[in-house]
Ligand binder design. Structure first.
Ligand SMILES: Cc1cc2nc3c(=O)[nH]c(=O)nc-3n(C[C@H](O)[C@H](O)[C@H](O)COP(=O)(O)OP(=O)(O)OC[C@H]3O[C@@H](n4cnc5c(N)ncnc54)[C@H](O)[C@@H]3O)c2cc1C
Ligand code: FES
Length: 506
């Protein structure tokens, strides 16, 4: 299935040459999503005295990670609710969070004034529910007001949105943009200011002591390393704290000017939908996102079909132009992890589905620290802050899931299937010649066989039928059928197995 997102499908292309040779710099940024390119821009615009030299390495193309597969909404609240932060951390911290996020949205707006049109617009964020979830929404209204957000009540939402059966919360003066267009333009701006941006430059090895990383075409030695890779690369304590979920999105053809009009619309019934519109050139689209599931332990095709069926209930039988999905990592105590960690590298993760704003916050905090001005907020979100009273339940739940997964994976019966019998388009984990292999046969008939053991810390990967990938349920690493890493903490590819040696007679 073609899973190119609406944003990646309609933004200008990006073209930065791969890294070539051995380079040294002050700051190396790994990852070209919103966190990485915003940081590159902030550091590169720094003038004398002593502007830092900056290199950014992106494995694939700018924006191709979660940023270019998101929904492009910017807001001062968080999607799981400000009441969760207030309950875990108190009203004062919730107020700090809203302030910090509001400042980040303002920062994006200022940057957009300096960039070509990237679809930035101010709009309301509207949240509503069905009767069963109305009480939670009433509490959310109180929490937002206490956190100093400009929140109001409304009595209804415009059709054809799902009807409101109780509270309707309207948060004024939030924003949205075209996320892929924004990061492409920000990367170009950073490069013009002197940052070296390299696409198709996957970091394959990181030596944190020598402060050197290697790609297949060169190396970078840096005074400081920032892992702006959504989930930090290698083994980090935060991986044991963060549940990883995939969420699905699709875009319908939409009539110009038809309701619901500009706005971020969150329907928080038993099933959630995030809804917005986009104008790209002379075409209009309605975007719906939802159906969040734990990575690697659900049927991805079923997730996408369920989203499409739910969206069609309200928006009718119109053509779907784009379908895509992306994943998110949730902080155990409702806050992200931003700052220097035990390996003396900077990390920025745990953004949940709020990372266009959190990524901007992270870039600003890390840039400030690198330039010698650490803020009080940086202390609140520092990675080593393990707070069992606030996050303990989630951490225990996550670790139990990883252990269950490891045990289940190693005890489950192998599928009794022969590689030579695997049909075009099918996948299976099979025993072949005394080895267990994860195999997929392409529609053209070519067999791809890899080890099913995730190279991060050894869980067993599961097939993702929508995106044709092997996904790891433990910490969210994902691999192409040939074993190369797509995303997540794993650095090394799944080990290739040679089909003829495994008795594939086809
Ligand atoms: C369906 C969905 C919708 C969302 N909608 C919103 C929204 O409306 N608003 C919001 O605020 N948040 C939203 N989010 C969350 C938000 O999109 C992310 O949190 C945010 O984009 C993360 O940005 P990032 O730069 O940290 O990571 P990414 O955008 O994932 O960038 C990381 C980059 O690192 C690169 N990389 C990885 N490994 C390597 C390596 N070894 N070498 C070099 N490069 C590497 C990747 O290729 C990638 O480009 C959504 C998330 C999902 C799943
Ligand atoms: S992602 Fe950690 S074991 Fe696979």
């Amino acid at each position: 299935m073609n899973t190119l997102s609406l944003w990646r499908g309609t933004a200008a292309p990006t073209a930065h040459a791969p890294l070539s040779g051995d380079v040294t710099c002050d700051v190396l940024i790994i990852g070209g999503g919103i966190t990485g390119v915003t940081l590159a821009d902030l550091l590169a615009e720094r003038k004398a005295p002593n502007p830092p030299t900056v290199v950014l390495l992106e494995a694939d193309e700018i924006g191709c990670g979660t940023t270019g597969n998101s929904t492009g909404n910017l807001y001062e609240t968080v999607s799981s609710g400000m009441r969760e932060i207030a309950a875990k951390w108190g009203a004062e911290v919730a107020r700090h969070v809203a302030n910090e996020r509001r400042t980040a949205v303002n920062f994006v707006e200022e940057r957009c004034r300096l960039l070509p049109d990237v679809g930035f617009r101010r709009c309301d964020l509207v949240e509503w529910a069905d009767r069963a979830n109305n009480e939670a929404l009433q509490k959310e209204f109180e929490a937002l007001a206490a956190a100093g957000c400009a929140v109001e009540r409304a009595s209804s939402v415009p059709a054809p949105l799902p009807p409101a059966e109780g509270e309707v919360i309207v948060l004024r003066n939030q924003a949205q943009f075209q996320p892929q267009a924004y990061v492409v333009a920000m990367a170009r701006r950073a490069a013009e200011a002197g940052a070296r941006i390299h696409e198709h430059s996957r970091v394959l090895e990181i030596d944190t002591k020598a402060r050197r990383v290697k790609t297949d075409s060169g190396s970078v030695t840096a005074r400081e390393i920032v892992m702006a890779t959504h989930s930090p690369k290698g083994v980090h304590l935060v991986h044991t704290e963060m549940p990883v979920h995939r969420e699905y999105a699709l875009a319908f053809d939409w009539e110009p000017g038809a309701p619901p009009g500009p706005g971020t619309f969150w329907w928080k019934a038993n099933e959630h939908l995030s809804i917005r519109t986009l104008q790209a050139g002379d075409r209009h689209y309605l975007v719906c996102a939802g159906q969040e599931h734990k990575v690697g332990i659900h049927n991805a095709t079923a997730g996408l079909i369920a989203l499409e069926n739910l969206a069609r209930k309200f928006f009718g039988d119109r053509p779907v132009t784009h379908r895509w999905s992306a994943q998110n990592y949730r902080g155990a105590d409702a806050l992200p992890y931003i700052g220097r960690n035990h390996s003396d590298c900077f990390i920025a993760t745990g953004f949940s589905t709020d990372g266009l704003t959190w990524g901007t916050v992270a870039a600003r905090l890390i840039a400030a620290e690198l330039l010698g001005h650490k803020s009080a907020f940086a202390d609140l979100v520092r990675p080593g802050r393990l707070s069992p009273l606030k996050g303990g339940k989630n951490i225990l739940g996550e670790n139990a899931l990883v252990v269950t997964q490891l045990v289940k994976d190693y005890l489950t019966q192998r599928q009794n299937e022969k590689l030579s019998e695997l049909k075009a388009g099918d996948s299976a984990i099979v025993d072949a010649e005394g080895e267990t292999v994860a195999a997929w046969r392409s529609p053209a008939g070519e067999l791809y066989a890899v080890s099913p053991v995730c190279t991060h810390v050894g869980c067993r990967v599961h097939w993702n039928s929508v995106e044709t990938s092997w996904d790891c349920p433990c910490h969210g690493s994902r691999f192409r059928p040939d074993g190369t890493v797509i995303e997540g903490p794993a650095l090394a590819p799944l080990k290739r197995k040679h089909a003829p040696a495994l008795g594939d007679g086809s």
